[in-house]
Design a protein around this ligand. Structure first.
Ligand SMILES: Nc1ncnc2c1ncn2[C@@H]1O[C@H](COP(=O)(O)OP(=O)(O)OP(=O)(O)O)[C@@H](O)[C@H]1O
Length: 254
């Protein structure tokens, strides 16, 4: 059976001041339906470029991205992408930003509102429903973007360091919330991070990238779920994996 997301030989070259910059070279990735894949890599290794290509937001210089066997030539409704940059609508308040994907898919006003308020609570923003993006901190805007993504109930979620700007406690809360929502949902997640612990805590599988998206390691994680971060940190298999990932990242930098 073919993979839900099938990426082959993806290369992206940007041109900067008449010079070619290769952000990604010959990147391959196959993602099975319902899986949670974490992509781990150091800053500048091409993670965002890879997600931009997977989402259809930009086109590759060469190589292909196929979703359900169809070549991706632009954004698709089944795939929701949480980018690193802020894409909230400045003229809509928190609730109405979160309602947006439901509006597009024709969900009735009352149901939309109820579901949006539930998500506001889940991301810890109760009391801020009527705030506009400019009235929120960066971390709060990030949480609104996450809630908006979840509101669309997409088949596939592409997430680019969604919790990077959050404080440690909030990050842990939202990681747990994301896992809770994902579990049994059948949704497929590709989650980019530079944080080893986060990658191990969340993923079924971890892909470690080196320079220009070179795959250093691709490994299934046999850590039981649900995963308690405090227990996991002292679990010998987690400690061994952490060491293996640290070494892989070090190797990838060369
Ligand atoms: N539009 C662009 N034009 C020119 N170069 C680019 C462009 N976008 C990305 N690059 C270059 O491609 C490389 C990979 O960038 P990318 O943003 O994909 O890395 P990243 O792994 O997501 O980094 P970070 O973790 O810091 O966000 C970098 O060297 C970057 O300078």
């Amino acid at each position: 059976m073919s993979s839900l997301l099938d990426v082959r030989g993806l290369t992206k070259q940007f041109v900067k001041d008449d010079t070619g910059v290769v952000a990604l070279r010959d990147f391959d990735l196959q993602v099975e339906k319902g899986s949670f894949v974490t992509v781990l890599g150091r800053s500048g290794c091409g993670k965002s470029t890879a997600l931009n290509l997977l989402s259809g937001l930009i086109q590759p210089t060469s190589g292909t991205v196929a979703y359900r066997g169809e070549t991706v030539t632009g954004p698709r409704t089944e795939i929701s992408y949480l980018t690193q940059s802020d894409t909230l609508m400045p003229w809509r308040d928190v609730r109405r930003n979160i309602e947006m994907p439901m509006e597009i898919s024709g969900v009735g006003a009352e149901e939309r509102r109820g579901r949006a308020l539930e998500l506001v609570e889940r991301v810890g923003l109760t009391g801020f429903e009527r705030h506009y993006p400019r009235e929120l901190s960066g971390g709060m805007r990030r949480r609104v973007s996450l809630a908006r993504m979840l509101a669309g109930n997409p088949e596939t979620l592409l997430m680019d360091e969604p919790f990077g700007a959050l404080d440690a406690q909030l990050r842990m809360d939202l990681q747990a919330e994301l896992l809770r929502l994902w579990q049994d949902s059948g949704q497929t997640v590709v989650f980019v991070t530079h944080d080893i612990e986060e990658a191990l805590l969340l993923g079924d599988r971890i892909v470690v990238l080196g320079l220009r998206g070179r795959c250093i390691l691709d490994r299934e994680l046999d850590l039981a779920r649900p995963r308690d971060p405090d227990e996991l940190r002292v679990d010998p298999s987690f400690v061994a994996l952490h060491r293996e990932m640290t070494e892989a990242l070090r190797k990838g930098a060369r």
